[in-house]
Design a protein around this ligand. Structure first.
Ligand code: F0G
Length: 488
């Protein structure tokens, strides 16, 4: 059964203030079970992370006939002239008409979504496409350094509408950093974060601690933390901001709107994204599906979701075992059997890309729906491929964390396989900033064999093909000059 948290009931956090008390459900927007066989509908005044009737995921749905969205995407260009207004400045809320679940003046923004679509011929050459074809959507420019802020501004907006006072998440690090940041900037809620002990990169942990979140480190990994946070939030009536929250994904749709904006509203051929809990891929699918239904685009890009080979549930289920959305009737037994096997064998996800080190992705069903809508494919790449791709991204100046580079490594694979053609326009999503995980970067470039082995060698990384090694010299002017002349 799903988790149902009434907006107001005895034993739950009361609304923050009278003005923040819950709004009435609108008749233009509701939550709906993604399973066509169920299709149950709920008001947007409820905090739900699963359908109370059947346990499936929920979508935020709009009555577009009554909401009357713009008839051309160029409509959004005029927002830039009004950017002194925060809701026109925000890279999320300037697309408000495409996620209109709250009045615009109630939408929470801390200036998220000022991100960049960067044409990178260097990375393009590395993956094997022609100049002018490879773009990096650099979500590391968000206030907390990852794409999560797109979804957090939307989840926060909903949480505020229903009067939540505390918000929680389980996290591999970026969701928690984002939640902690939104709490500390807005003071609307108190953050409670659950992380797997030793499973979070230091850049991310340092953010949560600095921003003052109540940080609960539990023994176990992300999946353990996720299971616990669901129990705890239900028990205590705390608002859950993981991507099972359908409002989070509304915010993440805007990453695709910005990609289109940067490409002059012309859809690319491919969107390539790392897959962890599968919130992004699900949100991107919904974004394109809605744009197409609204007649705002005439072509949907293909979607490639890239797993780390040490955390390859989606790849295994889709590409090896044939799991498909199948118009809303996926063969659930394929997933159940696979999860049983994992448990029986005691297999747990393990990858240097800690952000996507996830066994049971919570958005699996939405992701396979997105794969159907976007004629998608799934691939898995090794930690070696991820780190080499990351070094290539870094060499172009817009560094990213390991999970993000899975998109570039995956593109390289797909070009080698001939699935992506060298003339196709490809957008790789760089989900998180390079400084999120400095340990992985330093270990890749180090001359210290022990450090290399401890961090990377044990994960099967053999040769850092693009290492930029620091040069050790004595504190002597002649030696320093000699070294510079030798190496530069
Ligand atoms: N890249 C980064 C940098 C991430 O932090 C995450 C997810 C993903 C990719 C995967 O995205 O879940 O939408 O498929 N991080 C979550 C977290 C799990 O807790 O920060 P997804």
């Amino acid at each position: 059964m799903g988790t149902r948290v009434p907006a107001r009931s005895a034993g739950h956090d009361p609304p923050a203030s009278r003005s923040d008390a819950k709004i009435s459900p609108t008749d233009t927007c509701l939550q709906q079970c993604i399973s066509p066989a169920c299709g149950a509908q709920y008001g947007i005044d409820e905090a739900l992370v699963a359908c109370p009737r059947c346990g499936n995921l929920l979508d935020v749905m709009y009555d577009w006939d009554r909401l009357r969205p713009p008839d051309s995407l160029t409509h959004f260009e005029q927002k830039w002239n009004r950017r002194r207004c925060l809701h026109c400045f925000s890279g999320v809320w300037r697309f408000h008409e495409l996620l209109p679940f709250a009045p615009v003046d109630r939408c929470v923004s801390i200036g998220e979504g000022q991100t960049l679509l960067h044409l990178s011929d260097g990375v393009g050459g590395y993956v094997g496409v022609r100049p002018g074809r490879l773009f990096l959507q650099y979500e590391g420019m968000n206030p907390s350094g990852s794409f999560k802020d797109n979804g957090m501004s939307a989840a926060f907006t909903h949480a505020r509408l229903i009067g939540a006072r505390r918000a929680a998440c389980a996290s591999t690090g970026n969701t928690s950093a984002s939640l902690a940041l939104y709490c500390s900037v807005t003071k609307l809620m108190r953050a409670v974060i659950f992380v797997g002990s030793g499973k979070i990169a230091y850049g991310k942990l340092s953010q949560a601690l600095d921003f003052g979140a109540l940080t609960v480190q539990i023994t176990g990994d992300f999946d353990d933390a996720m299971a616990r946070v669901k129990e705890v939030t239900q028990e205590l009536g705390i608002y859950l901001v993981n991507s099972v929250n359908p409002f989070r994904l509304e915010g993440q749709k805007t990453i695709m709107f910005r990609v289109l904006e940067a490409l002059g509203w012309e859809p690319p051929d491919w969107i390539v994204v790392p897959g962890g809990n599968l919130g992004n891929s699900s949100a991107f699918g919904k974004a394109f599906h809605e744009l197409q239904q609204l007649g705002l685009i005439d072509r949907v890009p293909r979607l490639a979701v890239i797993n780390a080979s040490g955390a390859d549930t989606l790849y295994e289920l889709v590409e090896k075992r044939g799991l498909r959305w199948n118009q809303g009737a996926p063969t659930e037994s394929l997933t159940e059997t696979y999860y049983d096997e994992m448990d029986r064998q005691g297999r747990r996800a393990s990858t240097i890309a800690s952000a996507i080190e996830i066994n049971r992705p919570v958005n699996l069903n939405k992701c396979i729906r997105a794969l159907q809508w976007c004629d998608g494919v799934v691939r898995e790449v090794s930690d070696q491929e991820i780190l080499d791709a990351k070094a290539q991204v870094g060499a172009g100046g817009l560094g990213c964390e390991p999970a993000s580079a899975a998109s570039v490594a995956g593109t390289k694979r797909l070009v080698e396989e001939g699935v992506i053609g060298p003339d196709e326009r490809v957008v790789c999503i760089l989900t998180g900033h390079q400084l999120k995980d400095p340990n992985a970067t330093v270990a890749y470039h180090t001359t210290d064999q022990k450090m290399f082995n401890d961090v990377l060698g044990k994960r099967g990384v053999r040769r850092p093909a693009f290492a930029n090694r620091a040069v050790a010299v004595p504190n002597d002017l002649d030696e320093i000059i000699k070294a510079i002349q030798l190496y530069s």
